[in-house]
Design a protein around this ligand. Structure first.
Ligand code: FMN
Length: 403
């Protein structure tokens, strides 16, 4: 079978933006800042490996996608919190500029969106209703919020009205747990309120990151909201998974999160997989030397972005285990890499590695958080009435963005 018949060839449009390939970098707090988005975009554009040549198997000239910012809390944005203002920084080449907002109060969400429009801070706004962390759901925020249909509607209405011509999308989970599924209702509400596209992570809040994502739910949402694009999310670990999800669910595009942790070149594979051609190219399988070069660039970009080498290299530490996953590096070296605080130190340690190692098979497949939870912490009586006019107290919003 040729790729033409294998690869879904729909064109994804988010408002005025054509997203080709139909691939979105999932917003990930603490990860998808400007430096990480730059790396992913470079690979999507086919220039990520620099002068070092392409690792065997990598192919295609690449293309673009959509690369969403870390979650920005609406309250921190309207208060112009300094950290938040840095998080909404886009390098001059990023188009469209995509910001994910998290908010629980319709008025504050409206203000934040209006600020983005008035100050030309972004070209696309995504609203996050999928956060499963207890400190948020305990107050009725995040993935607990769509259970209250009126509140969800009010937030979407304020956002879409304030956004004017800017497209507003939403990202959500299936629901709170198997007994409290919300995504189909939320999807219809989103369409009625003028949301441009919906991303569904095929897990409930109770599942957290455990088990497997329910791709059938993505197919059901696609049937329920035929008017707008549906983006499927959950457990895409390779470009082949992305193509498989689109074929199986009929979704219009995919959102890729944990699969690109320590593997930004996945965006090169994804771009190549959606290009016309006789066969999908084999995935990139870089050697440790090639991985080390990407690690170095990632740390350097973080240092530049934070305008502080030490802070940049310290922020990079969290990525080390993902980049070196499966390679024979040794626990002692892993520990040393995880406490570096300068680029020179990082260079010296990387030079000590056995850089000729081939890509280890163990590095494919799941990475990042994979554990589940049993119980979702909710406010008292939260599940009593999905149609009441309950609001959510303002402190359900996190104090700072990206958390
Ligand atoms: C470290 C981390 C941070 C995340 N932060 C956010 C966030 O800020 N906003 C959001 O909507 N989802 C967030 N998510 C969820 C992802 O966007 C995505 O929905 C989830 O990881 C499932 O997709 P995947 O299987 O491709 O990883 C985060 C996930 C991880 C692992």
């Amino acid at each position: 079978m040729t790729q033409t018949s294998q690869t879904p060839r729909t064109q994804l449009r988010i408002g005025p933006h054509t997203v080709q390939p139909p691939v979105v970098l999932a917003p990930m707090a603490g990860i998808t800042n400007a430096p990480f988005r730059t790396l992913c975009r470079e690979f999507a554009d086919g220039v990520g490996w620099g002068d070092g040549g392409r690792p065997p198997g990598e192919g295609g000239s690449g293309g673009r996608g959509l690369f969403v910012s870390e979650m920005i809390t609406t309250r921190a944005l309207v208060e112009r919190d300094a950290k938040t203002m840095r998080l909404i920084h886009f390098d001059g080449t990023e188009k469209p500029r995509s910001i994910q907002l998290y908010g629980v109060d319709p008025v504050t969400v409206g203000k934040a969106v209006r600020m983005i429009v008035d100050e030309d801070l972004a070209d696309h706004i995504d609203l996050n209703f999928g956060c499963p962390v207890p400190k948020v759901t305990r107050k009725g925020g995040g993935s607990a919020l769509p259970y209250k249909r009126h509140l969800l509607r009010s937030i979407l209405r304020e956002a879409v009205t304030a956004a004017g011509p800017l497209p507003v999308t939403m990202k959500m989970r299936k629901g709170i747990d198997d007994d409290h599924i919300t995504y189909l209702d939320a999807g219809r509400i989103a369409v009625e309120e003028g949301v441009t596209a919906i991303a569904l992570h095929g897990r409930t809040a109770a599942q957290h990151y455990g088990g497997t994502a329910d791709w059938d739910a993505i197919a059901r949402l696609k049937e329920a909201v035929p008017e707008i694009p549906v983006l499927g999310n959950g457990d895409i670990w390779s470009a082949a998974d992305a193509v498989r999800m689109m074929r199986r669910t009929g979704c219009d595009g995919v959102v890729v999160g944990r699969g690109c942790l320590g593997r930004p070149w996945l965006f090169g594979d994804l771009a190549a997989a959606f290009e016309p051609g006789p066969e999908p190219p084999a995935p990139a399988r870089p050697t440790l030397k090639e991985v080390a070069a990407v690690m170095r660039r990632h740390a350097e970009l973080l240092a530049e972005w934070l305008e502080d080498e030490e802070r940049g290299v310290i922020d990079f530490r969290k990525h080390v285990a993902w980049y070196t996953k499966g390679f024979s590096v040794g626990s002692e070296m892993r520990k040393r890499l995880a406490v570096t605080s300068s680029l020179a130190e990082l260079d010296a340690l990387l030079a000590e590695l056995d850089l000729d190692q081939e890509w280890p098979p163990g590095a494919d497949g799941p990475r990042g958080r994979t554990s589940g939870r049993n119980r979702v912490v909710l406010p008292d009586g939260w599940l009593d009435d999905p149609y009441d006019r309950a609001g959510v107290c303002a402190d359900a919003e996190l104090d700072t963005s990206g958390g």
